[in-house]
Write a protein that binds this ligand. Sequence first.
Ligand code: PGA
Length: 251
Amino acid sequence: MRRTMVAGNWKMHGTRASVAELINGLRHLALPGDVDVAVFPPFLHVGQVVDGLKGQSIQVGAQNCAVEPAQGALTGEIAPSQLVDAGCAYVLVGHSERRQLMGESDQMLNRKFAAAQACGLIPVLCIGETLEQRESGKTLEVVSRQLGSIIEELGVGAFAKAVIAYEPVWAIGTGLTATPQQAQDVHAAIRAQLAAENSEVAQGVRLLYGGSVKAANAVELFGMPDIDGGLIGGASLNADEFGAICRAAGN
Ligand code: PGA
């Protein structure tokens, strides 16, 4: 059985003071034992969060990493090896805000994914279609290309130590959520694409749904057979709401 996972993507939010408050809230949560919980603060606050959550069952990840695993002359970037040193276990790769606003290409993301794994970080590959692509019937084509890029470059075995987050761009930060059935349909297609190469990898990989998940819609979404948890943006900035979403992912 796949363990469910709930990941909180804090995006570009937080000050030292607000992060301290959020850490305090997280420390007081009663979290289910059968769910992997992780938070993804901005780079600046990774150290503060790792220290603040010491002894808790919540893991820490970063929102991005450099295309090369090792430290070196690359101004403004953070190497996956530095993230490991700082206490990170995970890293987001290819969040739609980075694909769209920072121009990250599939080729660049292949390198980030490989660099992360080379250091033992678990990449959380984010994929998903825009509203225009959904409306023109291209959802599965887009998602399959984004996923296929990693499979072609690194082999399907790369997903034995990775997580995938399906995040329809039109549902991110908009309050619009994919219906559980819409999300399930895409998740099933993602798993089928992996299964065509390797059924063991396909059955083992966690597929998270992201896009306006809240405590109020989490139970229904997480109840779908191929949805193994969620990647939570806005709602992860409130410890109590995030805790309720984590509990919704428990059995
Ligand atoms: P949201 O963001 O929950 O605020 O829609 C999800 C994400 O971008 O990961």
